[in-house]
Design a protein around this ligand. Structure first.
Ligand code: PNS
Length: 166
């Protein structure tokens, strides 16, 4: 029984994240999407909103058959390694976009391994169409009224528009 955590800030959730969730669900028996509070990043969406967004989009993919497995969506504060330990997870899944991510991801994986040596980080490469998409860029494009429909689901698009208006 292999449990895995897919952690992130998900501010907001993108098609790239959903692609990783679907693929990660195929390589473990239990997948937990860990939505980090990450107040240091000053997220646009509250923790509850990010949780709700992830839950809604994952349910939609389960209904359409794109995801066949049950997936837990949970928030966490504090260290990722502690969250993984609490959930008896053996793997951390991270999506890896183009080269820019490498240094940060390498540091994070190495630090987490130092903290908890039996917890492995597994990288899934980002889907080709989404290789350059970062949540931060999606927000910036939206801020200037650009079209973000190919980066995020319609409901997320609406949520971003409403958030930026308020
Ligand atoms: O989607 P992100 O913002 O790149 O995700 C970063 C995240 C949430 C995985 C990272 O910030 C994290 O693990 N935060 C929890 C606190 C922690 O364990 N920090 C040390 C990581 S080496």
């Amino acid at each position: 029984m292999i449990a895995a955590i897919y952690p992130g800030t998900f501010d907001p959730l993108t098609f790239g994240h959903l692609n990783i969730i679907a693929r990660a669900s195929l390589i473990c028996n239990r997948l937990i999407v860990g939505v980090a509070e990450n107040s240091g990043k000053n997220p646009l969406f509250s923790l509850e909103e990010r949780l709700e967004m992830a839950q809604e989009q994952i349910s939609k993919m389960q209904q359409s058959g794109e995801i066949k497995q049950d997936i837990q969506v949970e928030s966490f504060t504090g260290l990722l390694t502690d969250f993984a330990h609490k959930n008896s997870a053996r793997m951390i899944i991270r999506g890896l976009r183009a080269v820019a991510d490498f240094e940060y991801e390498f540091q994070m994986a190495s630090t987490n391994r130092r903290l908890k040596p039996d917890l492995e980080t597994i990288f899934l490469t980002a889907p080709e169409q989404q290789h350059f998409v970062a949540s931060s860029l999606v927000k910036e494009v939206a801020r200037y009224d650009g079209d973000i429909s190919s980066f995020v689901p319609a409901e997320v698009q609406t949520a971003i528009a409403q958030k930026l208006k308020s």
